[in-house]
Design a protein around this ligand. Structure first.
Ligand code: GUN
Length: 290
């Protein structure tokens, strides 16, 4: 029996439809949610990500503006651009696309964003609110998208064992907290590059989250039959069937559909949900009248 494949694009569109209604209500009060994205340099993947975010804004009737800065932009000029947006009452959400060029300290830039406009949810104030269970912050978009996938797929987390592969500040760590928080009630193991017997640990997972950024690192033999498998990796690899071509793969070996109960594809799984959650955070910021 094959796994149920989650259609992240369809779920993302459904979330966008719900947001369109909230945007119409805001419009009655003369407010149009506005997302401002700063992009530094010419990283090709970032160009695609930012374009997808802007298209989503267009679909739901939100304003998106894009500030392109040169690759040799200094940290202080970047922080000045962020501060200008903090002070602009027409802007509700600010996102600084990563990666940033070498020499710029990403955390210092994130800390310059007004936490109320930090729609990525990366500011330490927002990550701190997540830990304290304060719902007044902004939840990071990928973890929020994963929780929404789990909720909509009606996966019962209570009493489940979740294994999160990857301990990044913006995905693995916050997602582990969301899975373990009261009301979700999963028992969470955070695994990482120094974890021993990774295959055995994964085999115990009812919910297996792969967020390591290593192509097909998680083997199908590591998956407990019937488990929910969420693949957060987006890895570009050479495609031998195309001359000089490439293709996207996740962190989970293809073929795992035959063992998992529920699985997210790459592309078209978690990625579109991350964007939908970014839109949702921006609408929320506008509703909070930041
Ligand atoms: N680069 C890749 N994904 C993201 C994201 O979700 N937010 C930001 N700011 N940069 C990214």
């Amino acid at each position: 029996m094959g796994a149920t494949r989650i259609d992240g694009r369809a779920l993302g569109r459904d979330i966008e439809d719900g947001l369109s209604e909230r945007i119409s209500s805001l419009a009655e009060g003369g407010v149009v949610p506005h997302l401002a994205v700063i992009i530094v340099g010419n990283d090709p993947a970032s160009q695609i990500y930012v374009r997808n975010k802007q298209r989503s804004c267009q679909r739901i009737g939100m304003i998106s503006s894009r500030i392109d800065m040169k690759p040799d932009t200094s940290q202080s000029d970047l922080i000045s651009a962020v501060e200008k947006l903090n002070g602009d009452a027409s802007v509700h959400g600010i996102l600084v696309q990563s990666p940033l060029p070498p020499g710029i300290d990403e955390l210092s830039v994130i800390e310059a964003i007004d936490p109320r406009k930090d729609v990525d949810g990366f500011h330490p104030v927002n990550l701190g609110r997540l830990v304290t269970g304060d719902k007044g912050g902004m939840t990071p978009c990928t973890p929020a998208g994963v929780m929404e996938i789990i909720r909509r797929a009606e996966v019962d987390l209570e009493g489940s064992r979740a294994v999160v592969l990857g301990r990044s500040r913006i995905v693995g760590m916050p997602l582990s907290i969301l899975l373990a928080q009261r009301g979700a009630d999963s028992t969470v193991t955070i695994a990482h590059s120094k974890t021993e017997s990774l295959d055995e640990i994964c085999r115990e997972a009812d919910i297996l989250i792969a967020a390591v950024g290593k192509p097909e690192m998680v083997k199908s033999s590591w998956i407990k039959p019937g488990a929910t498998v969420i693949d957060i990796g987006i890895n570009r690899i050479k495609d031998d069937s195309k001359d000089g071509g490439t293709r996207l793969v996740g962190d989970v070996e293809s073929g795992s559909e035959s063992i998992a109960g529920i699985i997210t594809p790459v592309p078209g799984g978690v990625g579109p949900m991350t964007i939908a959650m970014l839109m949702s955070n921006t609408v929320l910021a506008a509703e909070r009248n930041v």
